[in-house]
Write a protein that binds this ligand. Sequence first.
Ligand SMILES: [Zn+2]
Length: 61
Amino acid sequence: MQVRCPVCKKKTTWEENPYKPFCSERCKLTDLGRWATEEYRVPGERTDDSTDKIPEKRDDE
Ligand SMILES: [Zn+2]
């Protein structure tokens, strides 16, 4: 039986494949990493720290 690797779209065998449905360990890790990365991107999370936390400078004293 042949399956298509969801990561690189290469054809790979299902039997005797410890990384199925991926073709290799690398693609398996790539897929896992993709999910982990998406979890980090929480909606509403602020990534720009330039708008906030601007120290107020008072030079007119
Ligand atoms: Zn692959």
